[in-house]
Design a protein around this ligand. Structure first.
Ligand SMILES: Nc1ncnc2c1ncn2[C@@H]1O[C@H](COP(=O)(O)OP(=O)(O)OP(=O)(O)O)[C@@H](O)[C@H]1O
Length: 389
């Protein structure tokens, strides 16, 4: 496929340049929330579940190989700067290759030149403050291997550490950090030499990280040091797209002790394992194939849980006779969703806010996985009703 793209790079550029950027491209259908009821219900984006897209810059090896850029922010003024255009090239059996374009929606878009500081300010600072006030804030970075997830999350961890330990009011409160890896059905403590530990459920159904060491931190330097130590222990393996690809989900959990009787605030920063195409692992044998299958399964369960919870909330907000309680959220189907059960459990009482950053590599070489990432991101967006009369 790479050869096909490179051989037709000139034609591809001509076809993309000839497009009218102000016209919306046909976009993939997005799964809608529940069908309308007799009441009039207006919808707005779900503020508790924000989906952003980060387009990483083209890297030196994409540019030197000659791959054009295939992912672009939609021109401002038509459907706003939040949407992304993606142009793929298809081999036509009876003629020259044809361009197939699609537009994908997001709540917030960060193009290649955006800095992680901007992402922090616009999306993550709110989660940190929410956790400081006793809520549970969770950030996920999702995307194909080599799309910039680890780059993004590692910088966000540092920015969050600075914000938390810079805050004078908070220095009175105790802050604890745990960083661990989930690979298949096993959990490993990245702040204890990658020691495995069990994930258990207590009698009240709450997930417990039995044996994972929680470190109390009092200064920014202490926290940054622990974050660097954990990065050293992360499980990585080379893929076609990334020499140090993360083959596990890495979870940084920061607990902020409450100063009153209320529950402690929690902040989860999750760097998900790269969704990797089968062709990337084919040359690495059966173990890697199994690992990739497990990763893709857990990412699919994560999507089902995020959607299931949002749909249950949505149905409940639409009225008591809706089927909110009957929507199945498959929390138990993967270790990742069991660990993050608090987010998905329709019966959970604690307030949660979630941000997903879908990371994409803009190169034409990765256009297929980028499309999958953008579709995945769209599926996580479940609008909420704002009013009913
Ligand atoms: N916004 C960015 N600016 C500059 N370089 C970036 C950016 N995002 C990613 N990169 C670079 O791209 C490469 C791949 O990034 P990274 O390792 O974060 O990908 P990943 O999505 O975590 O991959 P995997 O899932 O395989 O672990 C790295 O060399 C990283 O430095």
């Amino acid at each position: 496929m790479d050869r096909f793209y490179l051989n037709n790079a000139g034609l591809y550029r001509t076809l993309v340049d000839a497009l009218d950027a102000s016209m919306p491209a046909p976009h993939f259908s997005r799964h809608k929330a529940s069908p309308p009821t007799e009441e009039i219900v207006t919808e707005q984006p779900n503020e508790d579940m924000v989906v952003g897209v980060r387009i990483r810059p083209m890297l030196e090896n994409d540019l030197t190989a000659g791959f054009p850029r295939a992912v672009h922010p939609r021109a401002r003024g038509v459907d706003g700067p939040r949407n992304v255009d993606l142009h793929d090239l298809y081999n036509h059996p009876r003629g020259r290759p044809v361009l197939k374009s699609s537009t994908h929606q997001s709540d917030r878009l960060f193009d290649s030149e955006a800095t992680t500081e901007e992402i922090y300010t616009e999306l993550v600072a709110d989660l940190v403050s929410f956790a400081q006030h006793g809520g549970i804030g969770t950030l996920f970075a999702y995307g194909q291997t080599g799309s910039g997830k680890t780059f993004t999350v590692s910088q966000l961890q540092r920015l969050a550490a600075t914000a938390l330990l810079d805050d004078a009011a908070l220095t009175q409160r105790k802050i604890h950090i745990t960083i661990f890896d989930l690979a298949g059905n096993a959990a490993f403590d990245l702040l204890n030499s990658r020691e495995p530990f069990p994930v258990l459920e207590d009698s009240s159904g709450t997930t417990q990280l039995a044996g994972a060491v929680e470190h109390r931190v009092s200064t920014e330097d202490e926290m940054l040091h622990l974050i660097s130590e954990a990065a050293e222990y992360r499980r990585t393996a080379p893929t076609l797209k990334n020499d140090v690809s993360s083959r596990s989900h890495s979870i940084c959990r920061i607990r902020i002790e409450s100063s009153s009787d209320t529950e402690d605030g929690l902040l989860y920063l999750v760097d998900l394992a790269g969704s990797e195409a089968a062709r990337d692992v084919a040359q690495h044998g059966a173990d890697r194939m199994r690992e990739t299958k497990e990763i893709n399964m857990s990412l699919s369960v994560l999507k089902d849980c995020i959607r299931g919870k949002a749909e249950a909330d949505d149905a409940r907000a639409r009225g008591p006779d809706q089927k909110g309680n009957k929507i199945h959220v498959p929390i138990r189907r993967s270790m990742l969703t069991r660990v993050l059960k608090h987010m998905f459990d329709p019966q959970a009482s604690r307030a949660c806010k979630t941000v997903v950053i879908a990371c994409v590599n803009p190169s034409l070489a990765d256009v297929g996985p980028s499309k999958n990432t953008l579709r995945y991101a769209e599926m996580l967006r479940v609008p909420v009703p704002t009013s009913a009369r």
